[in-house]
Design a protein around this ligand. Structure first.
Ligand code: DC
Length: 216
């Protein structure tokens, strides 16, 4: 991959705080922030809308073939539209939480979305957060962070956000799947956000990037 633009890869489990950190880091460095989880969520939302069983990989792949997926940027943040409809809060509905790990475990889904994720780098420097950004999407990037937090802290954060989400179950599925499982990429700096404020995590992330060779 020949890259002129730089990618900061941020991976970690659900509710580890990585989205907030990615957004803040991107704003402070003047980069765009791409939320790759929103892409898996959007495909899952559409599949449920279409009445497709998320456990039926063949049916999901067939539904994906004709699906028009539009990735954009607005105010420095990634956006996602399916069949021309911009999806925002819909993708955080409980039925999406329950089904997204199944859909994300299908290699054909990942292939299509990874290609779109890499396209962001053609014209932009990006902070991208997800599960496989350092391991699969941008393996050549030296700027890899892994944001973690204890299971208790993550579950508490989700319920505080009013989201009923069995994060432990979703993480287990995301870690155990064959295709691009959640893991700490080689060379990634791990930050445990369990007992840190957002400002502290962002501060540690900036220091980590400098250690990894970030120079501005
Ligand atoms: O970051 P999130 O919780 O919104 O992600 C939703 C789901 O999408 C997550 O359970 C696993 C999947 N995902 C993935 O497999 N790979 C990514 N790069 C991002 C998310």
């Amino acid at each position: 991959m020949s890259q002129i633009h730089r990618a900061v890869a941020i991976d970690g489990p659900a509710a580890s705080g990585k989205s907030t950190v990615a957004r803040r880091l991107a704003a402070s460095l003047g980069l765009i922030m791409v939320n790759s989880g929103a892409m898996y969520r959007a495909v899952t939302w559409q599949i449920l809308q279409d009445g497709v069983d998320p456990s039926d990989a063949d049916a999901v792949i067939r539904a994906l073939e004709g699906m028009e997926i539009g990735c954009g940027i607005e105010d420095g943040l990634s956006t996602i539209a399916i069949k021309g409809r911009h999806l925002t809060t819909e993708v955080r509905e409980p039925q999406v939480n329950d089904a997204v790990s199944k859909v994300a475990s299908i290699p054909e889904v990942r292939e299509r979305l990874v290609e779109m994720q890499r396209e962001y780098l053609t014209d932009n420097d990006v902070v991208m957060e997800g599960r496989d950004i350092g391991s699969v999407v941008f393996p050549d990037s030296p700027f890899k962070l892994y944001i973690d937090a204890s299971e208790e802290v993550r579950a508490a954060r989700r319920s505080k956000d009013g989201e009923a989400d069995a994060v432990a179950k979703r993480d287990a599925q995301d870690r155990q799947r064959k295709a691009s499982p959640l893991k700490i990429s080689e060379g990634a700096i791990v930050i445990d956000s369990s007992h840190l404020t957002i400002d502290e995590v962002v501060g540690e992330a900036r220091e980590a990037l400098i250690k990894l060779g970030w120079d501005d």
